[in-house]
Structures are given as structure tokens and as C-alpha cells.
Design a protein around this ligand. Structure first.
Ligand SMILES: Nc1ncnc2c1ncn2[C@@H]1O[C@H](COP(=O)(O)OP(=O)(O)OP(=O)(O)O)[C@@H](O)[C@H]1O
Ligand SMILES: [Mg+2]
Length: 227
């Protein structure tokens, strides 16, 4: 599936450029692969763990929340948990032609006969034509069989009510996760730097990033590089 596979490959274990294998960034190396490994997000973790125990088709989730809180990563972790066949549509490719192409592929039996998982990132940035196209796909008569849709968005302002009413909405709240995120940074620091370097203030890093875990990891990377 050319285009989408190449997106999925960005989650592979190392970056290969010009024949050189580079180490992964912290955000990629420490991306949680199982639902339980995410910091915070108690409600989404509980809902999705239960869904993963008994997954059902004709389901559409919408993950809404601030940037860097784990929406895309948790969609990937859910797909791993149910052994689904991933179709990842990044926001810049979310047009009518892509929606049609992906849903057409979802009419085939998925790999391992589990479920197709269509991950649509930044769905609120999709063209209104693409949103309309999804609206019709999410209707029970047109819903591709053996398929789960997961949409992510930073907020719901640009999403139509008719679209929202077809989705199970999960809020990704970042408040209250500071302590857990700080202890994640500490564990990573320990693994990467051991006791050799002076520890930064992990809680401060998280607070300065306004609980954005991706930003916190990038700040930690800077601290590691300067240690
Ligand atoms: N709750 C979390 N627990 C652990 N790591 C996290 C969490 N949230 C984010 N991360 C880290 O940050 C990285 C980026 O997260 P992700 O891309 O899932 O965020 P997002 O919510 O989709 O952001 P955006 O809205 O900008 O697309 C992950 O690879 C992971 O390393
Ligand atoms: Mg994302």
C-alpha cells in the first residue's frame, strides 16, 4: 500500500539515511507500545484496554486533546494490541481520493483476519470534502466491514456535529500528568546518562512544556546532548 506503508515505516526501529544507521530520537525510542505504558490518560487507557479485549468492527474513535499527549501513539498501540492492519493517513494526505482509496482496501479481509485500523491524524485539518466523505463511510450502510476508524484532533471546533455524533470521543487531558511524566523523564535519564551527569529538574522540564510529553522529551534530549 505504497504511500501509507511509507508513513508506517517512520515508526521502524532505526532511521536509515544514506546507508548510515542513526540512533532514534528519544520520542521514537521511548514511544509506548502498550496501552499501560502511557503516562496519565487513565480514561482512554481503560476504555481502549477493554476494547482491545473484545474488539468490534463498525467503531469510530475520536481522540481529542493537546499536542504531544499521546493520541497518535495510543492509536498505534491499540492497533498493535488487536493485531490490526494499519492504514495511517497523515493530515496532509487526507483528501477525498485517499479516503476512497483506503476504504476500498478495507473491503478486503484484513491481514490475520483481525481488523483494519484506519488512523486519520489531525482530522480537524482535513478538507471539508474529505470530512463529508468520511461522514458517508461512517454510516452503517457504507461502513467498511472489519474496520475501526481512529481520528485524532487537537480540538473539535472544525469538526461537524454530524461527524462528532458518529464517533466515540475520548479526551486526552494533559493536566494532572506532570508528576508521572517527570518520573518517565527521570527513568529515561537514568538509562541514557546513568549517574555520571548532573540531573536536570525533570518536573520543571515538564511544566515548562505545559505537560506536552513530546516537547518534554525533546528538552530532555537537549539536556542529554549537553551533559
Ligand atoms: N502519555 C504519554 N506517555 C508516554 N509518552 C508519551 C505520551 N504522550 C506522548 N508521548 C511521547 O511523545 C511522542 C509524541 O506523541 P504523539 O505523537 O502520540 O502525540 P499527539 O498527541 O499525537 O500529538 P499531536 O497532536 O501533535 O499530533 C510519543 O512518541 C511518545 O514518545
Ligand atoms: Mg498526533
Amino acid at each position: 500500500m505504497g504511500l501509507f506503508d511509507s508513513t508506517v515505516q517512520t515508526h521502524s526501529s532505526a532511521s536509515l539515511q544514506g546507508g548510515l544507521v542513526f540512533p532514534q530520537s528519544l520520542t521514537e525510542r521511548y514511544r509506548p507500545h502498550s496501552l499501560a505504558d502511557f503516562v496519565g490518560l487513565d480514561k482512554p487507557k481503560k476504555v481502549l484496554a477493554n476494547f482491545a479485549l473484545r474488539p468490534f468492527p463498525n467503531a469510530a474513535f475520536l481522540f481529542v486533546g493537546p499536542s504531544g499527549t499521546g493520541k497518535t501513539s495510543m492509536a498505534l498501540a491499540l492497533c498493535e494490541a488487536i493485531g490490526g492492519e494499519l492504514h495511517h493517513i497523515p493530515s496532509q494526505f487526507c483528501n477525498v481520493a485517499t479516503v476512497e482509496d483506503v476504504t476500498r482496501q478495507c473491503h478486503y479481509v484484513p491481514r490475520n483476519n483481525t481488523l483494519h485500523v484506519v488512523l486519520v491524524d489531525e482530522a480537524d485539518q482535513a478538507s471539508s470534502a474529505a470530512q463529508l466523505s468520511f461522514l458517508s463511510k461512517l454510516d452503517s450502510t457504507a461502513f467498511p466491514p472489519q474496520t475501526v476508524f481512529i481520528f485524532t484532533a487537537n480540538d473539535t471546533e472544525r469538526l461537524q456535529d454530524r461527524f462528532l455524533s458518529r464517533c466515540m470521543v475520548l479526551q486526552f487531558q494533559s493536566h494532572g500528568m506532570a508528576k508521572e511524566a517527570a518520573s518517565l523523564l527521570e527513568q529515561i535519564w537514568q538509562k541514557e546518562a546513568g549517574d555520571s551527569a548532573e540531573k536536570p529538574n525533570f518536573l520543571r522540564i515538564v511544566q515548562d512544556s505545559k505537560n506536552n510529553v513530546r516537547n518534554s522529551l525533546n528538552s530532555l534530549q537537549v539536556e542529554l546532548l549537553s551533559a
